[in-house]
Design a protein around this ligand. Structure first.
Ligand code: ADP
Ligand code: GLC
Length: 492
């Protein structure tokens, strides 16, 4: 048994405290897993106005109250609160700086957006100092924490506490890079180390936080092996592909796990009826309850298609603009959609509900309970993503006996295998091309199999038998951490 590690995570989301998407689920579950394996984990997160504190114990951290931090000429005061969901959980340190974190949402388009996450990053490093916590691993998530590795090489280069710290940056979503104007350079407080910034960007008038994470982290990960290959191509690299190719030795894809307690149909407290693979009666009852809740016409034989998602271009909903209305016109199906985001997609789903009353329902907004009920009550779950670093809902669907219909990209490709009716192998319906005919084909294929209960039950059972637990995926992160520490010892 290797010695316990000290691991520091910096992230903008952490489930259940603050969540807009899968980042929260993954950071929260990974921290709990590492803590459960005996490692000393400290996670740093902003104390947003929207913090979900139900069932959480909060306490002020001694010695970390009324602190001051300058970012360039901006002076901020902050304190640190500790949040614990249970005695056996990891410590989450919340950076309480109302001037920056009490806003309309977790993310903003305000001119000081970069300062909000620079403060998170700097405060996390300062708190490690104050707490005399010398992390073996500093694990940063997405652009929000991406300056931390550069800071260790510059502002904190002489800090003894971080002398042996190795850094990991996980790219959950390379589509968001946090680009800020070059005029904000002084907010970084780099002094002469400003020379370490990417000069062509600066000359073009911008600073790209994510790029600097990719440049300076010791290891880079993304959240599936397929996406790790994809982001090295111009098609998926969002302008980072050349840099990522140059760092391909340091880039690894680790498929996300799912929180097997939170997402378990046998114990899920959001469900009116619980069930498991050997006792599927509850699933049919959940479908009835969901139809009733969403005011959809009852029809046990009609398949119910579910969607739960942020409504962003990434999710590929354009592809449904033609096929879904056509499907609703031609066949007896039900559609249940939950999500919010860009107006284009919200308007499409609102229009669908108006045009097909009683057969299509759209709940606009964010709703934890309904998300679980759609996973459990639907027969099929649609994810036609343009790109998908990992995606969690297809894994939740598999666990809940709901057949995912997905495009073969990123983590969707790594977690769902196209069903082969002849051999009875596979877990879902997988299409390749990002176009309307491909989606039509996938929907027709799914509906065809749905009409053959023996085939359908086989596919459902295959899906429910998959293991996406953190027990497996967490070990891969630990191997990565231990490999990093070994290589630095070998070099010393
Ligand atoms: P992404 O992080 O790109 O949004 P993921 O599939 O990794 O995609 O994770 C999405 C997570 O957010 C899932 O846990 C999903 O259930 C949840 N989610 C997304 N939209 C909503 C919503 N409107 N209401 C409740 N949960 C949602
Ligand atoms: C991102 C990605 C999603 C991934 C999640 C957690 O938001 O869009 O595919 O599952 O992060 O890693």
């Amino acid at each position: 048994m290797p010695a316990p590690l000290r691991i520091c995570h910096i992230a903008s989301e952490y489930s259940p405290l603050a969540k807009t998407g899968g980042l929260a689920d993954v950071v929260g579950a990974l921290c709990r897993h590492l803590h459960g394996r005996g490692h000393e984990v400290r996670a740093f997160l902003p104390l947003y106005a929207q913090l979900n504190t139900a069932g959480i114990r909060m306490s002020a951290v001694d010695g970390l109250q009324g602190l001051e931090l300058m970012l360039g000429t901006h002076r901020y005061e902050y304190s640190v609160m500790e949040a614990r969901a249970s005695d056996s959980g990891p410590a989450v340190h919340l950076i309480d700086c109302p001037a920056l974190f009490h806003r309309r949402g977790l993310y903003t388009a305000d001119p000081d957006e970069h300062l909000r996450f620079l403060l998170l990053t700097r405060a996390a490093l300062e708190c490690c100092r104050q707490l005399n916590f010398a992390p073996h691993i500093l694990h940063c998530h997405d652009w929000h924490a991406a300056f931390a590795p550069l800071y260790l090489h510059s502002l904190y280069a002489d800090e003894r506490l971080f002398a042996a710290t190795r850094t990991v940056l996980t790219l959950h979503n390379i589509g968001y890079q946090g680009i800020m104007p070059a005029a904000a350079l002084s907010d970084l407080d780099l002094g002469a180390a400003a020379a370490m910034l990417h000069q062509p960007d600066l000359q073009a008038g911008t600073i790209n936080p994510l790029r600097h994470g990719i440049l300076y982290a010791d290891m880079l990960t993304t959240v599936s092996p397929t996406h790790a290959r994809e982001i090295c191509t111009p098609e998926y690299g969002m302008g980072m592909d050349e840099l990522l190719r140059s760092r391909s030795d340091a880039l690894l894809g680790i498929l996300n796990g799912i929180d097997a307690q939170e997402w378990n149909p046998a114990t899920d407290h959001y469900l009116p009826h619980r069930y498991d693979a050997l006792n599927m009666g509850g699933k049919a009852l959940n479908k009835q309850a969901l139809l009733a809740r969403l005011k959809l016409q009852p029809a046990p034989a009609a398949p119910l298609l579910g969607i739960v998602s942020r409504m962003a271009r990434q999710k590929g909903f354009e592809l449904l603009f033609e096929p879904l209305p056509r499907l609703l016109e031609e066949q007896d199906v039900r559609v249940a959609v939950l999500g919010n985001g860009e107006a284009l997609y919200e308007e499409f789903f609102t229009g669908l509900q108006t045009r097909f009353p009683g057969r299509a329902a759209f709940h606009r907004g964010y709703h934890e309970e309904l998300a679980h009920q759609i996973e459990a009550g639907s027969d099929m779950f649609l994810m036609p993503s343009l790109y998908e670093p990992c995606g969690l809902n297809q894994m939740y669907s598999l666990r809940y006996g709901t057949v995912p219909i997905i495009r073969r990209t990123g983590g969707l490709a790594d977690s769902v295998q196209h069903f082969d009716p002849a051999r009875g192998k596979g877990t879902g319906v997988v299409f390749n091309d990002y176009d309307t005919p491909a989606v039509m084909w996938a929907l027709d294929t799914a509906l065809g199999w749905y009409r053959e209960p023996a085939l359908w039950q086989r596919m459902v059972a295959n899906g429910m038998g998959q293991d996406f637990s953190w027990e497996r995926q967490g070990s891969l992160y630990l191997q990565l951490y231990q490999g990093l520490l070994r290589s630095s010892r070998d070099r010393a």
